[in-house]
Design a binder for this molecule. Structure first.
Ligand code: UDP
Length: 469
C-alpha cells in the first residue's frame, strides 16, 4: 500500500495570503493523492466570509485548523504588513504546539509557508522537515527580494531618487519609484522590518513561485542559474494556480453575472482593486467621470474612499455604503452602460465571462494570473505593496497591459482614464495587447497540463517528499 506523504502548510493573515497557498495545496493533492496537507491558519479577529467560503471547498486530504485568533485591539496601530507580521509572531507558540502534537501522530516531511509566515520555518529543523516558502508573488518580485539587501548596502539615497532603472538578471528594468511601496521610506521601521524579512528568505530549502517558465523565463532561469552561487534557494515555478469557479456567489454577485449575460462579447471593462485596495475621494470622482467619458460598458467594484490605498486590506467588511461617494447623478447617467457593485464581486466568474474584454486592475498577483488564465488584457493601475513592479512587468515586459499616466499629485485624471480605456477596448494598441494576452493564455494553459512545465515541477517536489517517507 502507498504510504501517505504528510506536509504542513502555514498561510498568513489576509484573503490573498490564505487563498493562494490553499489553491496550491489543492493542486498538489489533486495531482498526487498520496499527499496529505494540514493547514495551520493564523487569524486576526475573525476570518472574512470570502476566506471561509474557500475553506469549505477543500478536499478531504486537506485538513485545516485555525490557530487561536489574535485580537486586533492587542496590536499597535500600523500598516497591514506590520499587522500581518505581528499576528504571525503572536501565533508562533500555538503553531509550535500544534506541530508538536501532529508530529507525535504522523511524521511530516515538509513545511510550506507564506512569505509573511517565514518565522514558522524556524520549526522545520526541530521537527525534521524540509522548508519551503510558497510565494503568491511574481518571480520578478522574488528576484528583487533577494537583491534588496545588496541594493540597501549600495544605495545612499531613497530608491525613487535613483537616476536609472535597476537591472537584475533576466528581469525587466524597474525604476526605484516602482519598487515595493514598503521600501520607499528607508528611515521607517517598516523598511527595517521588511529588509530583515528579506534577509531571512535564504533559510528555506526552496521557493515555490506562483508563476510559470513561459511567462517569466528570464527571472526564473537567472534565479536558478545564479542562485546556487549567491545562496538563493532553488526556485520552483508551479503556476499559474488560481481559484476555480466553484465558490458560491452571493446576491450581488448573481446580479452582476446576469447583467454580464446580457452584454456583447468582449464589450465590458471590469474595474477592481483587489481584496482591499481603496482610492481617494478625488480619484473615485476622476475614475467615475473617466468611465463615463469613455462611453464603454463597465462593471466597477466600488469601495468607500480612503487616503491610504491599503487601509481596508484586512477589514473589507464595513457598513459604509460606498455608492454614496460617487459623483452626483453618475448612477442615473450610466444606467444600462455600467454596473456598480459595492465592495466585493465574484471576480473569477467575471473574468471567465465572455462579455468581459478588459480589466482595469491594481495588479495584485492573483488578479494578474486570473486575467492571464482567462486571456483578459489589462489597464494596470497599481496601488501598494509590489503592485508597481507587476505593472512594469505587465506593461513594459510582457506587454499585456496599458499603464495610465498619473499627474503630479498622483491622480489619474478623467481624460487619461477615458483615453486608456478607449485605447484598450477599441484601438490598434489594444488589439496588440489582446493578441499578446491570448498567446499568454495559451502557454499558461499548457504549463498546467499533464506534461506542462509547472505540473512537472510539482511532480519533482512530490517525488522528493515521497522519497523521505
Ligand atoms: N477578489 C474577488 N472579488 C473582489 C476582489 C478580489 O474575488 O471583489 C479576489 C480576486 O479574485 C483575487 C484576490 O481577491 O483572487 C485578490 O488578490 P490580489 O493578489 O489580486 O490582490 P490583493 O487582494 O492581495 O491586493
Amino acid at each position: 500500500m502507498e504510504k501517505t506523504v504528510h506536509i504542513a502548510v502555514v498561510p498568513s493573515v489576509g484573503y490573498s495570503h490564505l487563498v493562494p497557498i490553499l489553491q496550491f495545496s489543492k493542486q498538489l493533492v489533486q495531482l498526487h493523492p498520496d499527499i496529505h496537507v494540514t493547514c495551520f491558519i493564523p487569524t486576526l479577529g475573525s476570518p472574512s466570509n470570502a476566506s471561509k467560503s474557500v475553506l469549505e471547498t477543500l478536499p478531504s486530504n486537506i485538513n485545516y485548523t485555525f490557530l487561536p485568533p489574535v485580537n486586533p485591539n492587542d496590536l499597535p496601530q500600523g500598516t497591514p504588513a506590520e499587522s500581518i507580521h505581528l499576528t504571525m509572531i503572536h501565533s508562533l507558540p500555538y503553531l509550535h504546539q500544534a506541530l508538536n502534537s501532529l508530529t507525535l501522530r504522523t511524521p511530516l516531511v515538509a513545511l510550506v509557508v507564506d512569505p509573511f509566515a517565514i518565522k514558522a520555518l524556524d520549526f522545520a529543523k526541530e521537527f525534521n522537515m524540509l522548508s519551503y516558502i510558497y510565494s503568491p508573488l511574481s518571480a520578478t518580485t522574488i528576484s528583487f527580494c533577494f537583491y534588496m539587501p545588496k541594493l540597501d548596502e549600495e544605495t545612499s539615497c531613497e530608491y525613487k531618487d535613483l537616476p536609472k532603472p535597476i537591472k537584475l538578471p533576466g528581469c525587466v528594468p524597474i525604476h526605484g519609484r516602482d519598487l515595493f511601496t514598503n521600501v520607499q521610506d528607508r528611515s521607517s521601521q517598516e523598511y527595517k522590518q521588511f529588509l530583515q524579512l528579506l534577509k531571512s528568505l535564504s533559510i528555506a530549502d526552496g521557493i515555490l513561485v506562483n508563476s510559470f517558465l513561459e511567462m517569466e523565463s528570464g527571472p526564473i532561469k537567472a534565479l536558478n542559474e545564479e542562485g546556487s552561487v549567491k545562496g538563493i534557494p532553488s526556485v520552483y515555478p508551479v503556476g499559474p494556480i488560481i481559484q476555480t469557479v466553484t465558490s458560491s456567489v452571493d446576491a450581488n454577485g448573481l446580479e452582476c453575472l446576469s447583467w454580464l449575460d446580457k452584454q456583447q462579447s468582449c464589450s465590458v471593462l471590469y474595474v477592481s482593486f483587489g481584496s482591499g485596495g481603496t482610492l481617494s475621494q478625488e480619484q473615485i470622482v476622476e475614475l467615475a467621470f473617466g468611465l463615463e467619458l469613455s462611453n464603454h460598458k463597465f462593471l466597477w467594484v466600488v469601495r468607500a474612499p480612503n487616503s491610504s490605498a491599503n487601509a481596508t486590506y484586512l477589514s473589507t467588511q464595513n457598513d459604509v455604503d460606498p455608492l454614496q461617494f460617487l459623483p452626483s447623478g453618475f448612477l442615473e447617467r450610466t444606467r444600462g452602460k455600467g454596473l456598480v457593485i459595492p465592495s466585493w464581486a465574484p471576480q473569477i466568474h467575471i473574468l471567465s465571462h465572455n462579455s468581459v474584454g478588459g480589466f482595469l486592475t491594481h495588479c495584485g498577483w492573483n488578479s494578474t494570473l486570473e486575467s492571464v488564465v482567462h486571456g483578459v488584457p489589462l489597464i494596470t493601475w497599481p496601488l501598494f505593496a509590489e503592485q508597481n513592479m507587476n505593472a512594469v512587468l505587465l506593461s513594459e515586459g510582457i506587454k499585456v497591459g496599458l499603464r495610465p499616466r498619473v499627474n503630479e499629485n498622483d491622480i489619474v485624471e478623467r481624460v487619461e482614464v477615458a483615453k486608456v480605456i478607449k485605447c484598450l477596448m477599441e484601438g490598434k494598441e489594444g488589439e496588440k495587447l489582446r493578441n499578446n494576452m491570448k498567446e499568454l493564455k495559451e502557454v499558461a494553459s499548457n504549463a498546467v497540463k499533464e506534461d506542462g512545465s509547472s505540473t512537472k515541477t510539482i511532480s519533482q517536489l512530490a517525488l522528493k517528499w515521497r522519497n523521505l517517507v
